[in-house]
Write a protein that binds this ligand. Structure first.
Ligand code: SF4
Length: 295
């Protein structure tokens, strides 16, 4: 039997101790809580019936649940070969909490870092002190030998500093970085102009970050920015990726992870057509196709 390559996503709810500006489904934490194990079991059974063997546990912020380790252990017992946790890692800055989660059987962590300085990152998380804790969490995970992949949303306030973010993450010895152009569920409006960078402005800066990553030996991928924006050469093609395909459960408040990309009227003339994942639909609906020129 061929293994189902799609990744199952289990959201434990929208509560989060950050208030990120690009997160459109989270809410403030409401005290210490236990996630109902029978609810987790029911959702996980559906995924196992669909032959899914890889699981990402997300939220909101899953480490806010006191029995997260119990959910991880349940997933392992139910036959998930690989369980990852999507987290801001702030609570993992406590070494004992971090160790407990590691020992429950998590295979990898994806952690959000959106700025190279507290001013830049905390501005986007709307939470003073969040970068310091997140970096301490990453350090603890690496100290315990864990695989850490960092996710960075590309936005107007950080695209000029993506190279600095890469340097910071290389120094922390993370395993890979996935940058993705910011998504806006329901479409971009005037209200998001302060958040969303123009792709033609950001392209050269993203390309510079790619070069920094190559020099540092740090694997980097870029989603939501087609290769024509990054120069259109082999170097650009090698880093362009699709948005992650995660099958989140229906209760997930933040499940805007799956691909909604398209190609424009001129794209048929592009020699990269077959290898290109396209541009985010909500971006081209607002700004049109003039920035995406056939290679
Ligand atoms: S197919 Fe279109 S979006 Fe993709 S690289 Fe070519 S011009 Fe750009």
């Amino acid at each position: 039997m061929t293994e189902n390559p799609k990744i199952a996503g289990l959201s434990l709810g929208g509560e989060c101790n950050n208030r990120c500006v690009f997160c459109f489904g989270s809410s403030a934490p409401a005290g210490e809580k236990q996630y109902p194990i029978d609810r987790a079991k029911k959702k996980l059974e559906e995924y196992r019936h669909a032959d899914m063997r890889r699981l990402i546990i997300g939220g909101g912020e899953p480490t806010l649940w006191q029995n997260l380790t119990g959910v991880v252990q349940l997933a392992r017992e139910m036959g998930f070969a690989e369980v990852q946790v999507q987290t801001n890692a702030r609570l993992l800055s406590y070494l004992s909490t971090c160790r407990e989660l590691v020992e429950s059987g998590v295979a990898g962590y994806s952690v959000g870092v959106h700025g190279a300085s507290s001013a830049a990152h905390d501005f986007l998380t709307k939470t003073p002190g969040s970068l310091v804790q997140t970096l301490a969490g990453i350090q603890n995970l690496k100290r315990l030998g864990q695989r850490v992949v960092v996710n960075t949303w590309i936005v107007k306030s950080n695209y000029r500093n993506l190279g600095e973010i890469v340097r910071l993450l290389a120094a922390l010895k993370v395993d890979a970085v996935r940058m993705a152009f910011v998504r806006v569920p329901g479409g971009m409006t005037d209200q998001e102009d302060w958040l969303v960078a123009k792709q033609e402005m950001a392209g050269s800066q993203i390309r510079s970050a790619v070069i920094v990553a190559q020099r540092q030996g740090l694997p980097l991928s870029i989603a939501g920015v087609p290769p024509c924006v990054l120069g259109g050469d082999a170097g650009a093609q090698s880093v362009c990726a699709s948005f992650a395909q995660i099958s989140f459960d229906s209760d997930a408040p933040c499940s805007w992870t799956n691909s909604h990309t398209a190609k424009g009227p001129e794209c048929k003339r592009c020699r990269l057509f077959d290898d290109c994942a396209g541009a985010p639909v909500e971006y081209t609906e607002r700004y049109g196709w003039s920035e995406f020129r056939p290679v």
